[in-house]
Design a protein around this ligand. Structure first.
Ligand SMILES: O=C(O)CCC(=O)C(=O)O
Length: 271
């Protein structure tokens, strides 16, 4: 069954910088994705504790007062506050989880991505598991992805994202929000607030928050979004986690962001 974007979906994506497709994954697939998220989190914490004995390089550090630990080239971000052991993000999560690695080849994601990237054959750029725990899951300041990636890649325009929602997402649990149309302005200036990561957050004068659109959608939905779009999210104030994976594709043949190894994407078929 083909999952390619219709002409109107594709032109919508191009003009707004995002596209939501609702209920792409079924309830049984979602329960597998949620278990895989739990497992990845448990495995990451175990590796941080015991990985050194297995020959892994475990490197803890802090940026702007927030905790990170690298397990070789896999980065685990912890929720904000030094004493917080809740995992916030694991990147690239496919290196810890076969289930998420297999998801990268899923035609419901890759067929639209062939059109968006503009090539029949794809490779993985990166895959982030965002766990956004209940009550404490922190927000993401307004940012573009392209400034993070420009130093490692000369084709940032061809690094679109797709977010797969494992839970219903809305304003109460910190759904993704985007500044509609902001992708058309390319890379925007960063903040100058003295923080270590200041340059990665988009300067507030470079866009208007009035143009924000909430990516509210039921669990199993997918959100495609442009690498230049200004986006972020509020904290999760609800009683349940708001889990999601964001997979970023690129044209075939290029190495992935962190492993620097090419992860080819299984080809489904040509449009
Ligand atoms: O998951 C979220 O709430 C936002 C994620 C985000 O902005 C990112 O990972 O770049």
């Amino acid at each position: 069954m083909p999952f390619f974007l219709t002409n109107s979906e594709f032109s919508d994506y191009q003009s707004k910088g995002f596209l939501i497709r609702e209920r792409v994954f079924s309830a049984s697939e979602l329960s597998l994705l949620r278990s895989a998220a739990q497992q990845a989190q448990t495995d990451a914490v175990e590796l941080i504790q015991q990985g050194a004995a297995q020959g892994r390089k475990i490197q803890p550090y802090a940026l702007d007062g927030n905790r990170f630990t690298d397990i070789d080239f896999i980065t685990v971000q912890f929720e904000h506050g030094v004493a917080n052991d809740a995992v916030r993000v694991i990147e690239p999560v496919n290196e810890l989880s076969q289930h998420f690695d297999a998801l990268i080849d899923e035609p419901r994601l890759t067929q639209p991505m062939q059109q968006i990237v503009g090539t029949h054959e794809l490779a993985l750029w990166t895959a982030k598991l965002n766990l956004k725990p209940a009550k404490e899951g922190s927000g993401f300041r307004w940012h573009q992805d392209s400034p993070y990636w420009i130093h490692d890649c000369d084709h940032v325009d061809q690094l679109p994202n797709v977010m797969v929602l494992f839970d219903d997402a809305d304003a109460s649990n910190g759904c993704l929000r985007v500044i509609q149309g902001s992708h058309k302005n390319g890379r925007l200036p960063g903040c100058e607030d003295g923080s270590q990561l200041q340059g990665f957050f988009t300067h507030p004068t470079a866009f208007s928050e009035q143009d924000q659109v909430l990516m509210e959608a039921p669990a199993g939905s997918v959100v495609f979004f442009d690498p230049h779009i200004v986006h972020g999210s509020q904290p999760n104030h609800s009683d349940a986690p708001r889990r999601a994976i964001i997979i970023t594709y690129q044209p075939a043949g290029y190495p992935a962001l962190k492993s620097r190894v090419v992860r080819p994407v299984l080809k489904s078929f040509n449009p």
